[in-house]
Design a protein around this ligand. Structure first.
Ligand code: AMP
Ligand code: GLY
Length: 434
């Protein structure tokens, strides 16, 4: 089996790791990959946007499955292109990827399908947008409809802040075309979770829910980032809530996309708010989340058949392999190590030292590069993702945090409290039980 992974971050490293764990005989390629992935795969100097070179490589090497990590090539139609060439690829077409690339498309789809989500109005005119904000009232969320690298969402405490956010998007055009259409959205209160479902557009297979930590600093303070850490499973997701997510959110969304002639193949990521009125959609993404994947793929092991077989069946539009046994190995906690200046900027070129890694820790490379002299250096905002796992949550958290502390590079930033909500919950239960 030959697999080509498109991308070069922590998520792609975790996919490569999972595939090799499940089947050491699999042959992996990555474009462009990174120094961590290079230990498991042959890395190719091909950009994720160079579809011609990717197709040529997949044809020449007779790749059985291409797996796409990031959203940008999906938005640009990499799946349409591969399919036209008769090549198997895991990911949605450009049309189905709109569930992430256009928040107004996603909102309309949810409205039509009756999927629970925050009320929202779509606007392109300033006066209309201000009126909509007043109709919904503060606190309120202003969102650029298009892709904005995770920065196009502004949560506003007051209407004055909302007016400024509207101005930034529609007048100053700070988000370019992504912000030429905006959503004025009701604020939802609750705890956020990320749910991943592998789907062929008809059946779907859910992985264990995870929780991301978007703020830079411990205690959920500081600016928003791409994600400073994650853990899984999330114990507040009871079987009743999980069932509601399947029935009221995933199933109708997948059905609605198929009914529109844009069946979703690949990984559907539901970002959910667990509100008092039940789970509601915050956003959909059309690919694996980062850093959640670095936790989820360590702890959830559908071993009969392996993850890759399920992904292959989805890509080829074959029935979901059956029977599926889940082997969950306790808890996984992932701590992200970010570079100096992140998230506003990211300093590159700081030398990284990684001590020898214990058995129950995996270090995924996100933004790293090998210098010509062989030294490993920082090469992006999120540099490494350190995942620890254990039967108990507090042990997994400690393993991740302790090893994160031991990795060295100048300007390293990381949170020491990933999974604090889970820890509080478990401590409260233990106190109640004793
Ligand atoms: P998104 O890019 O849509 O995931 O939004 C980024 C973050 O903004 C989310 O992870 C939430 O923390 C927050 N957010 C987005 N929409 C809402 C909402 N309607 N209510 C409360 N928080 C939200
Ligand atoms: N962790 C959030 C995302 O991947 O979009």
């Amino acid at each position: 089996m030959k697999v080509l992974i498109v991308g070069g971050g922590g998520r792609e490293h975790a996919l490569a790791w999972r595939f090799k764990q499940d089947d050491p005989t699999v042959t992996l390629y990555a474009a462009p990959g990174n120094p961590g992935i290079a230990e498991l795969a042959t890395c190719l100097p091909i950009a994720t946007s160079d579809f011609d070179a990717l197709v040529t490589f997949a044809q020449r090497e007779r790749i059985n499955l291409t797996v796409v990590g990031p959203e940008a090539p999906l938005a640009d139609g990499i799946v349409n292109r591969f399919r036209n060439e008769g090549l198997a690829i895991f990911g949605p077409t450009r049309e189905a990827a709109q569930i992430e690339t256009s928040k107004s498309f996603a909102k309309q789809l949810m409205r039509d399908a009756g999927v629970p989500t925050a009320r929202a109005l779509t606007c392109t005119e300033v006066e209309h947008a201000r009126g909509a904000a007043r109709a919904l009232g503060a606190p309120i969320v202003i969102k650029a409809s298009g892709l904005a690298a995770g920065k196009g969402v502004i949560v506003c405490e007051t209407l004055e802040e909302a007016d400024r956010a509207i101005d930034r998007m529609l007048v100053q055009q700070s988000f370019g075309v992504a912000g030429s259409e905006i959503l004025i959205e009701e604020f939802m209160e609750g705890e956020e979770i990320s749910v991943f479902a592998i789907t062929n557009g008809d059946w779907f297979f859910e992985l264990v829910p995870a929780q991301d930590h978007k703020r830079l600093l411990a205690g959920d303070r500081g600016p928003n980032t791409g994600g400073m850490g994650a853990y899984t499973p999330v114990s507040i997701v009871s079987s009743q809530i999980a069932d509601e997510i399947t029935r009221r959110i995933l199933q109708p969304t997948v059905d609605a996309l198929r009914a529109r002639g844009a069946p979703f193949t690949g990984l559907l990521y539901a970002g959910l708010m667990l509100t008092r009125d039940g789970p509601k959609v915050v956003e959909f993404n059309c690919r694996f989340g980062d850093p959640e994947t670095e936790a989820v793929l360590v702890v959830s092991r559908p071993s009969t058949p392996p993850l890759l077989d399920i992904m292959l069946a989805a890509a080829r539009d074959e029935p979901c392999p059956d029977p599926i046994e889940m082997h969950e190995r306790g808890y996984a906690v992932t701590t992200v190590l970010a570079s100096a200046g992140y998230p506003d900027s990211s300093r590159v070129g700081d030398v990284i030292t990684i001590p020898s890694v214990p058995d129950d820790v995996v270090v995924f490379h996100a933004g790293t590069r090998r210098r010509e002299d062989g030294a490993l250096v920082t090469n992006g905002g999120r540099v490494l993702a350190v995942t620890g796992w254990a039967d108990r949550f507090d042990e997994a958290q400690k393993k991740s945090r302790d090893f994160a502390a031991r990795v060295e590079f100048a300007g390293k930033q990381y949170r020491t409290d990933i999974g604090w909500r889970e820890l509080e919950r478990q401590m409260a239960w233990n106190a109640g039980a004793s």
